[in-house]
Write a protein that binds this ligand. Structure first.
Ligand code: PAF
Length: 282
């Protein structure tokens, strides 16, 4: 696996691959790679014959009191995951490369509406940081395809809208959430949980499944379902941030005749803020 920490070497290698007719699939990450990321690299391989990953803990998407400085940085272990998945190249930029003049004077990408609801309401500026860094990475790597996990469903929607609105010529692929045997969605932030908290965490997915079953059975009193779901999560020992039933296509609030949903949840547990979602498509 080639590792690039300079723009010039990465650009000339990718230009060479392109000249040779290779299709480039890209997986941007913040590192601390786990089985969820491994499945993104596998998906990427089905779309491109050169797979490029990036690791960059993007300060612009973290709020002042969030976990940017504590976010786990585990490069040696990450390299092993990347090598095991036969990733061809790793782009490893630093803040000087990504924000040479600092974040405060950085041109940004703002995806309206979608960025300000749900996680965006609790984390103001988060999706501006995500859209800006993903756009910068796209311009540097210039992939044909980019793969993102559906665990971050709202992020995936923000990136899809950015790509559509700005005519970015990259195909965006969403990859299914990978879960532990007890249903907890794999996430780097699960590493913040104590053993006791880890045992409590699956209540989020259990509640999402309960709500999905209710919707499939025809329940349509969304506020009542959301209220019951928040109570279940609280009874499980977590502090719900939001639990929301949304229209699958655009995350707007659903009408009573809606048939396709995504149910999204965020909850605090110890030092972690966990998110998850479930799609209801039948
Ligand atoms: O999902 C993530 O890991 C990050 O938000 C991303 C897409 C790599 C941007 O920093």
């Amino acid at each position: 696996m080639q590792i690039f920490d300079s723009l010039a070497t990465m650009r000339s290698q990718i230009a060479g691959w392109r000249r040779d007719g290779h299709k480039i699939a890209f997986v941007p990450t913040m590192g601390n790679l786990h089985e969820g990321h491994a499945s993104l690299f596998e998906q990427a391989r089905t779309y491109g014959n050169k797979v490029v990953a990036s690791i960059y803990v993007n300060p612009m998407q973290f709020g002042l009191n969030e976990d940017w400085s504590k976010y786990p940085r585990t490069l040696d272990a990450d390299r092993q995951v990347l090598q095991a998945k036969q990733v061809d190249a790793l782009f490893l930029p630093d803040d000087k490369i990504m924000y040479p003049h600092g974040i405060d004077v950085q041109t940004f990408v703002e995806v309206p509406r979608l960025s300000n609801i749900l996680c965006g309401a609790s984390r103001p500026g988060h999706f501006r940081g995500v859209a800006t860094i993903v756009n910068k990475l796209f311009n540097l790597v210039q992939p044909d395809v980019a793969v993102f996990g559906e665990k971050d469903y709202q992020q995936l929607m923000v990136i899809r809208q950015m790509v559509n609105d700005l005519f970015v010529p990259i195909e965006i692929v969403g990859a299914e959430t990978v879960r532990a045997a007890d249903g907890l969605a794999l996430s780097s932030r699960n590493g913040y949980l104590t053993a006791e908290e880890r045992a409590q965490a699956p209540v989020i997915y259990q509640t999402l499944r309960w709500c999905a079953d209710e919707l499939r059975r025809g329940a349509r009193d969304y506020p009542a379902l959301e209220q019951q779901a928040r109570s279940r999560i609280s009874s499980g020992g977590l502090r719900p941030d939001y639990f929301s039933i949304r229209r699958h296509s655009d995350l707007l609030e659903p009408a009573s005749e809606e048939k396709r949903f995504v149910v999204l949840a965020a909850a605090y547990l110890g030092k972690a803020r966990l998110i998850d979602n479930i799609q209801v498509l039948d």
